[in-house]
Design a protein around this ligand. Structure first.
Ligand SMILES: [Zn+2]
Length: 255
C-alpha cells in the first residue's frame, strides 16, 4: 500500500447521477425504517464504476491496485471498490453482516478506489473493523468520528503502519492498523508473496551489482552505474509495482 493522491475534483458523473442516486437511497432507507420493513437497497455500478470514475482512479493509482500494488490493466479491467462497504459491514470476519452499510458513500469520490479482483473479493466480505466498534457511523454525520482499522490510502500514510521484511508485509511496531490491513486484505497471500519475491531477487542482484561497480571505481563503468541508480530509484517510484517493498529494501541499504 502506498499513499494515493486522487484529484480533488470528482468525476462529473458522481456529482450529477451520484448525487441523485444517493438521495434516492436515503429516501428508501427512511421509508423502510418508517414502515418497519426490511431495507433493500439497489446500487448502480453504471454510476460508481462508470468509465470516467475508473479511468480517473486508475490514473491516480498508476494502474495499480490500491491495496496490493499489483498492476491490473494488462490482465483485467479491475474493479471500483468501496473503502467503507456500501451494503453492510462486519467488525469481525465470523460475525453476521450488519445492514445497511455505508450506503450514503456508494457514490462518494472519497470512498472509491481502483482495485484488483482478489483484493476486492476480500473486501466484498464487507469486513470493516473499527478501533472502537461502538463508534460505528450509521449516518453521514458521524463518519468523521470513526477510527477505521484499515488504512485508507488517500487519507492515511501507509508507510507509518506497514513496512516489508524481504517480500513480507509487516506492521511497524505492531501497529494495529498495519496488522488489520495486512490481515484483512491478506497482503501476504502466497501468490502475491511469490510475485514480490521475484522483484526482490532482481533488485538485490542489481544492488549487489551497483555496490561492485562503486567499489571498482572504473571510469568506464560510470554510465552503467548512473543507469543502475536511476533504475533502482524508479523501482521505488509511485508508478512501479510493489513500490512500498522497494522503498523498504532501499531504505535499509547504505547508499
Ligand atoms: Zn490487489
Amino acid at each position: 500500500v502506498i499513499r494515493i493522491r486522487k484529484p480533488k475534483r470528482a468525476p462529473k458523473v458522481l456529482h450529477t447521477h451520484g448525487k441523485r442516486k444517493t438521495q434516492e437511497l436515503q429516501t428508501e432507507v427512511k421509508r423502510a425504517r418508517q414502515g418497519g420493513v426490511e431495507i433493500v437497497l439497489h446500487f448502480d455500478p453504471a454510476v460508481y464504476a462508470h468509465r470516467d470514475v475508473k479511468t480517473a482512479l486508475s490514473k491516480a493509482q498508476h494502474g495499480k491496485c490500491a491495496f496490493c500494488e499489483s498492476k491490473i490493466l494488462h490482465i483485467s479491467h479491475g474493479d471500483v471498490e468501496h473503502f467503507r462497504p456500501k451494503k453492510g459491514f462486519r467488525q469481525h470476519a465470523n460475525e453476521p453482516l450488519s445492514t445497511p452499510g455505508y450506503y450514503w458513500l456508494t457514490y462518494a469520490w472519497i470512498n472509491l478506489y481502483f482495485c484488483c479482483q482478489i483484493c476486492n473479493q476480500r473486501h466484498k466480505k464487507s469486513l470493516f473493523p473499527l478501533a472502537d466498534a461502538s463508534a460505528r457511523a450509521r449516518s453521514p454525520r458521524n463518519v468523521a468520528r470513526e477510527k477505521p482499522l484499515f488504512i485508507d490510502p488517500s487519507l492515511d500514510d501507509p508507510s507509518a503502519h506497514i513496512t516489508f521484511h524481504g517480500e513480507f508485509a509487516v506492521a511497524i511496531n505492531g501497529s494495529p492498523r498495519g496488522a488489520a490491513t495486512i490481515d484483512g486484505l491478506q497482503l501476504n497471500r502466497r501468490e502475491l508473496v511469490e510475485e514480490r519475491r521475484q522483484w526482490l531477487d532482481a533488485m538485490r542482484f542489481l544492488l549487489k551489482f551497483r555496490a561492485d561497480l562503486e567499489d571498482w571505481r572504473r571510469p568506464e563503468d560510470r554510465e552503467e552505474l548512473e543507469r543502475l541508480r536511476r533504475y533502482l530509484a524508479g523501482a521505488a517510484a509511485d508508478q512501479s509495482e510493489y513500490a512500498a517493498m522497494a522503498r523498504a529494501l532501499l531504505s535499509t541499504r547504505v547508499h
